[in-house]
Design a protein around this ligand. Structure first.
Ligand code: ATR
Length: 275
């Protein structure tokens, strides 16, 4: 049996095994997918042991995405740009590291939410790993403008500087939250960790253009603090990150198996379970 796994710490609550089992069922692929808890100081050993047992690929989650980036023998351009790896594929040519998070976000926006990035003004909140992982796929979708805003402005400026090096023509700007005063956006994406603490970034009023979408990479049974605040601030549409979770998984599945699953019924099933 072809074996895959997700590795993290903690891992018990990961939805990846269920998502990949649904994909496998739907596409008729014979494979297994398990959840592996790696000790905090034992990521590389856990990967090596799974590979030695015949494992073909892994998803990598918190807190090992940077270590996976360092461990991979080859990197896709998007993993290189993200500085983090969420997907490993073990082939004859060594260990390939990819990052499907940003592509999953873009696919959720464009395919599931029918929200066009091309020509849109986009605000990306946060300058940590989640924001960095999304940047290259977002810029590749040709927004009119992309502003990175962060509570600590210096981090946003540094991130923008880094990506201007990779994509010199990109319409990329950066600032602190106060620097957003007077601006409005078609798409506002929350890539901060604020929702984990039931907090929302403190944004100036009127950043939501008419018809705009507020998107939180986090998700939960009830709307996140960011989405509640966005609703009050006049965002026309609200979306959480459950679709991104399913889409990044589909992207990994396609890389491993060469088949792209239909995410719609899987997302519907996960949404039903969340309620
Ligand atoms: P991740 O890998 O999830 O992106 P991270 O690298 O620790 O996590 O980054 C967390 C991000 O969330 C940062 O952009 C952080 O802002 P600072 O750089 O100013 O710390 C942001 N963040 C966390 N809590 C926040 C809050 N309550 N309001 C606004 N931004 C917050």
């Amino acid at each position: 049996m072809d074996r895959y796994a997700v590795v993290g710490n903690p891992i018990a609550h990961s939805k990846s095994p269920q998502i990949h089992r649904l994909f496998a069922e739907q596409t008729g692929q014979t494979m297994s997918y398990e959840a592996l808890l790696a000790p905090l100081d034992g990521f590389a050993e856990t990967v090596a042991s799974f590979r030695a047992q015949g494992g073909l690929g892994m998803n990598v989650t918190v807190p090992f995405k940077l270590e996976a980036h360092a461990l991979a023998e080859r990197l896709t351009p998007r993993a290189q740009a993200a500085g983090a790896v969420n997907t490993l594929a073990f082939g004859d040519e060594g260990m390939l590291g990819d990052n499907t998070d940003g592509a999953g976000l873009v696919r959720d926006l464009e395919h599931n939410l029918d929200c066009r990035l091309a020509g849109a003004s986009v605000l990306l909140l946060g300058a940590g790993g989640a924001a960095r992982g999304a940047l290259l796929p977002l810029l590749s979708s040709r927004p009119k403008k992309l502003v990175i805003a962060n509570r600590t402005p210096g981090k946003a400026l540094a991130l923008a500087e880094h990506f201007r090096g990779l994509a010199p023509q990109a319409p990329l700007e950066a600032c602190g939250f106060e620097g957003l005063a007077g601006l409005d956006f078609d798409i506002v994406i929350n890539a901060t960790a604020a929702s984990l603490a039931a907090e929302a970034p403190e944004l100036p009023p009127a950043i939501y253009a008419s018809g705009s979408l507020a998107y939180d990479m986090m998700y939960g049974a009830t709307p996140t603090a960011f989405l509640v605040a966005a609703d009050r601030a006049g965002a026309a549409r609200l979306a959480d990150g459950l679709g991104m979770l399913v889409e990044q998984a589909a992207e990994s599945f396609a890389l491993w198996r060469g088949v792209r699953p239909d995410t719609t019924p899987v997302l519907a099933e996960l949404r039903r379970q969340l309620a």
